[in-house]
Design a protein around this ligand. Structure first.
Ligand code: FNR
Length: 352
C-alpha cells in the first residue's frame, strides 16, 4: 500500500493495527478503568457539536498559521506527548519529530521517549518543540531534565498534572524503558506497568511555583479539567493550560476534554493560552475545538498510528490529512483565517 494515498485517520489506524504487535496495540490504544468510558467519550463528545456555518466571506485562500507561546507554527494543531514510540516503529521519536518539522507543526516530546530528548531535538533542530515531564521525587530529577531540555532548544515545559499514579488499565501489557534518565537519578531501571512506578502522588501547586523559579521557559500544565483548577493555574503564573484527560488513560469516567474546554476558556479570561487534546480524529474536530476557544489542539494516538503504518511518512500523512480536512472545514464554515473561527459557529446537541 502507499501511505501517501491514505485518505483518513481511520484508514491509517487500520493499517497500523495490522502492523502492531498485540502488546503494542494494547499499550497505545487502551484507556483506563473497566469500561474505558472516557476513552470513548472523548471521540463521541466531538460528534455532539454541530456547525453553524457562515457564507459569502471569500474563503478562496485559507491561512492556518498561528502563534503559540510566541512561536510561529503553520498549523493550529500539534502532537501530544506520548511515550515509547519504538514499539510502533524502529525510527521512533526522531521520525515523528522530522514529520512535524516537515509541516512546521508543534511537537511535544514525552519524558518517556524511546530515544533521548537530545537525539529527538537533533532530528528536527529548527522546528518548535516543547518538552513534557512530571514533577518527580526528588525534584532534582525534574530539574535535570528541564535543564537538558533548555539546552537542547525546547521552547516550553509541559508538566503533566493528571498522573499521581497509574490507574488500573483493562489490559495487561508489558513495556520497558527508557532513555532520558541518568541511572543514578532513577535508581537504575524501572518498568512502567510493573510494580515500580516513577510517579509522585504528593505534587502540589507549590511544585509549579518551584519550577517557575528554576526555569525561564514558559510552563504549561497538562491535565486540567475544571475551571476552578484553571483559575488556580493562572494565579500560579502558568503560561498555558492544557485541557486533557490523558486520552482516557487516567481517571475513567472523567468528563470528555472538549466538554471541559468552554468553561475553562471562560474562566481563564485570556490570562494565558488554553489547549485541548483527546479524541481528535478529523480536521473538523480541530475546527470545533478552535471554535470552542482552544488556542491549540493536540493529537495523541493518530501520530502513533501514522508512525506504525509508515514511519515518518505515515506521521506526515496524518498531519496532512488533518490539515486538509481543517482547510475544507474552514471553507465550508466561512473562515479564511483562524481568527474568523468563532464560538457562534458551533452548537451542542443538548437537552438544555
Ligand atoms: C499518552 N499520553 C501521555 N501524556 C503525557 O503527558 N505524557 C506521556 O508520556 C504520555 N504517554 C502516552 C502514551 C500513550 C500510548 C497514549 C495513548 C497517551 C497522553 C497524551 O499526551 C494525550 O493527552 C492523549 O493521547 C490525547 O488523546 P488522543 O488524541 O490519543 O485521543
Amino acid at each position: 500500500f502507499d501511505v501517501d494515498k491514505v485518505q483518513s485517520v481511520r484508514e491509517i489506524r487500520e493499517i497500523a493495527e495490522n502492523k502492531l504487535s498485540q502488546n503494542a496495540s494494547l499499550y497505545y490504544n487502551c484507556g483506563s478503568g473497566l469500561h474505558e468510558q472516557t476513552l470513548l467519550d472523548n471521540e463521541l463528545a466531538f460528534k455532539q457539536y454541530r456547525f453553524r456555518p457562515r457564507v459569502l466571506r471569500d474563503v478562496a485562500v485559507r491561512d492556518m498559521t498561528t502563534s503559540v507561546l510566541a512561536s510561529k507554527v503553520d498549523l493550529p494543531f500539534g502532537i501530544s506527548p506520548t511515550a515509547l514510540h519504538k514499539y510502533a516503529h524502529d525510527d521512533a521519536e526522531p521520525a515523528v519529530a522530522s514529520a512535524a518539522r516537515h509541516l512546521n507543526a508543534l511537537l511535544v516530546c514525552s519524558t518517556f521517549s524511546s530515544k533521548s530528548l537530545e537525539e529527538i531535538a537533533e532530528s528536527a533542530p529548527k522546528s518548535i518543540k516543547w518538552f513534557q515531564t512530571y514533577i518527580f521525587e526528588p525534584r532534582d530529577i525534574t530539574l535535570n531534565l528541564v535543564k537538558r531540555a533548555e539546552k537542547a532548544g525546547f521552547k516550553a515545559i509541559v508538566i503533566t498534572v493528571d498522573h499521581p499514579l497509574t490507574p488500573k488499565r483493562p489490559y495487561k501489557y508489558k513495556y520497558t524503558v527508557l532513555n532520558n534518565f541518568l541511572p543514578e537519578l532513577f535508581f537504575g531501571n524501572f518498568g512502567m506497568g510493573d510494580d515500580t512506578e516513577p510517579f509522585n502522588a504528593s505534587v502540589t501547586w507549590d511544585d509549579i511555583d518551584w519550577l517557575r523559579g528554576v526555569t525561564a521557559l514558559p510552563i504549561v500544565v497538562k491535565g486540567v479539567l475544571t475551571p476552578d483548577d484553571a483559575v488556580i493555574a493562572v494565579q500560579h503564573g502558568v503560561h498555558g493550560i492544557w485541557v486533557s484527560n490523558h486520552g482516557g488513560r487516567q481517571l475513567d469516567g472523567a468528563i470528555a476534554s472538549v466538554d471541559a474546554l468552554p468553561d475553562i476558556v471562560a474562566a481563564v479570561e485570556g490570562h494565558c493560552e488554553v489547549y485541548v487534546d483527546g479524541g481528535v480524529r478529523h480536521g473538523y474536530d480541530v475546527l470545533k475545538a478552535l471554535a470552542l476557544g482552544a488556542n491549540m489542539v493536540f493529537i495523541g494516538r493518530p501520530p502513533i498510528w501514522g508512525l506504525a503504518a509508515g514511519g515518518e511518512r505515515g506521521v506526515r500523512r496524518v498531519l496532512e490529512i488533518l490539515r486538509d480536512e481543517l482547510s475544507e472545514g474552514m471553507a465550508l464554515t466561512g473562515c479564511a483565517e483562524l481568527s474568523d473561527i468563532s464560538k457562534e459557529m458551533v452548537v451542542k446537541k443538548t437537552y438544555r
